[in-house]
Design a protein around this ligand. Sequence first.
Ligand SMILES: C[S@@+](CC[C@H](N)C(=O)[O-])C[C@H]1O[C@@H](n2cnc3c(N)ncnc32)[C@H](O)[C@@H]1O
Length: 428
Amino acid sequence: MPLNQLLTIDEVAQTLKITRQTLSKLINNKDIVAIKINKSYRIPSEALENFFKRNSSKQDLSHTYLKETRGCTLTYPDKDAEEEILNTAANAALKQVVNAHNELYNAVYFGDNLEVTRALLPELKGKVDLIYIDPPFATGRDFNSIDQNHAYSDKLLNGEFLEFIRKRLIILRELLSDKGSIYLHIDKKIGHYVKIIMDEVFGFDNFINDITRIKCNPKNFARNAYGNYSDMILFYAKQRDQNIWNDVKDDFTNKKRDELFAKTHPVHGQYTTHPLHAPGVTLDGDTGKEWNGMLPPPGRHWRYSREELTRLNESGFIEWSDKGNPRKIVLAKEHKGIKIQDVWEFKDKGLSFVDYPTQKNHDLLKRIILNSSNPGSLVLDCFAGSGSTLYIANELVRKWVGIDNSPASLAVIKANFAKNDIKCNFFE
Ligand SMILES: C[S@@+](CC[C@H](N)C(=O)[O-])C[C@H]1O[C@@H](n2cnc3c(N)ncnc32)[C@H](O)[C@@H]1O
């Protein structure tokens, strides 16, 4: 680029992969020099070069700025530039108050999670394999225990709430390892806005699932509306297809097993049969040819090579109907379980059965941790509440870090860990 060239706002915004709005913030903050010519601004190419030089040592510019998702961004007042969020240092140092071991993990930090995650960034950047967060949901309410003791307030609303979440997500993204994932639990009133924010922060390509979580029993109410008995969990990878994925399956219930494997084989027990052919025509390959005196039905091909079909037949794994149709025998005992879909039923217990309001179902956390982390992985929950994520991560032999700024949360975590003999360092 010639050094004395004058660039338009659009050209610079495109080069930096930021919106015009973010660029004007950078100009206002004097991060980048612009010259006003008539009524519009121009940026000298030298100023852009200088800006690159100043920033490229700090961050990878390709993801430093507000990303567009599907050609648009969510706008609201006081949305800060990503660069500003990333380059703001923590306001205070962390102070250890309980020392149970000498590692950075298996620790609970009492304080605002933006400050704490910023303070942890130098040590934990790129090291966290799994983040589960269950932040406040912008309900405008206070949450109390069954005895009416205050647990936490959820008073940030609308754009203020979204910016609160976005700032934390940007730092959390930096903490995630390349094989890391994040699950964000949210309700359906604000969740769709949060989805757009997550697309901006993590990239739409890294979106994996919007899981519907059935949270309670259908309710009777007078509103002219369908019942609201689910919330949502947004699941993203730091880098799609590199994320840990253990493909844990659901066990069959006996009822489901009887339904799916209704027949009984004299040697192999419960079984069902599957067709030996599938839609689509093989023009020249083996799976379109005659086997055992028959061709696949019109418009279909054999699922297996003819050699494999013969092997299955000779070993007794093909069942022939009275009309001479062959089907493959599939045994219940060899089935790996049911593939988990994106509607999960994990109801929360009532207030009188939990230690903390909005405490999440432990089996839900178990599924997430088993699927998206490995033994020894570091798991982070920076809206820790009762410490349920940390508790289950510990049970599943993962390392863990929790953060919360509620004294009630800290008290519940301390009591539970002491009761279960869980060694934890505490910081403020
Ligand atoms: C919905 S609760 C989490 C419940 C938790 N998942 C459980 O199973 O017990 C949200 C938690 O976020 C905490 N919180 C809210 N804002 C915070 C902040 N800025 N920093 C740290 N914790 C925060 C609250 O104190 C509260 O404990």
